[in-house]
Write a protein that binds this ligand. Structure first.
Ligand SMILES: [Zn+2]
Length: 170
């Protein structure tokens, strides 16, 4: 059983939100779910997550947190875009706005500068390239998600936009 936990989210040193819902387990070992300074703002494809300081390759940026769902609960929310399946019996529903990591947009593999990393039942967004201050943080959501939610409208990530321009020229 998960205990209800309460924590304060800090953003740029200022407390912005109080969390009274279930978080991923073991959060008490971390002072915060932010490891790096990030900011939500409008980017090329709607709201995105932007680095507010340089981030080195391999560093953890943010944890993907949310309400923990079991198999049955997750099955009821199958169309929700923010579900992150850890294993068949545990899914993180990252819909709440206090899950800042949900603003991290998709980019196809070659254009991604981060990746999602599952460690001990928790999900972290980790840099796979050096990220400059002000750069948008993007990671590959994976084939299944792309096929279901992105491909029908056409991918608008940085990598695909560059490819479109190149195709047009050739
Ligand atoms: Zn793409």
């Amino acid at each position: 059983m998960l205990k209800k936990q309460s924590a304060l989210l800090k953003k740029g040193g200022k407390t912005v939100k109080k969390i009274g819902s279930k978080l991923s387990p073991n959060t008490k070992h971390l002072p915060d779910h932010h490891f790096k300074l990030v900011k939500v703002k409008r980017g090329l494809s709607g709201l995105g997550l932007f680095a507010q300081e340089p981030i080195k390759k391999g560093e953890l940026i943010i944890e993907y947190i949310g309400n923990i769902l079991n198999k049955e609960e997750a099955a009821k929310k199958i169309t929700c875009q923010y579900l992150f399946e850890i294993n068949p019996n545990k899914t993180i529903d990252g819909t709440p706005r206090w899950n800042i990591a949900r603003y991290c947009n998709h980019a196809c593999e070659d254009a991604a500068n981060a990746e999602s990393d599952i460690k001990k039942g928790r999900v972290f967004i980790k840099a796979i390239k050096n990220i400059k201050e002000g750069e948008e943080i993007v990671y590959d959501y994976g084939e299944e998600f792309v096929e279901e939610h992105i491909a029908p409208h056409g991918c608008k990530c940085i990598g695909c936009n560059v490819r479109k321009v190149l195709d047009h020229k050739s």
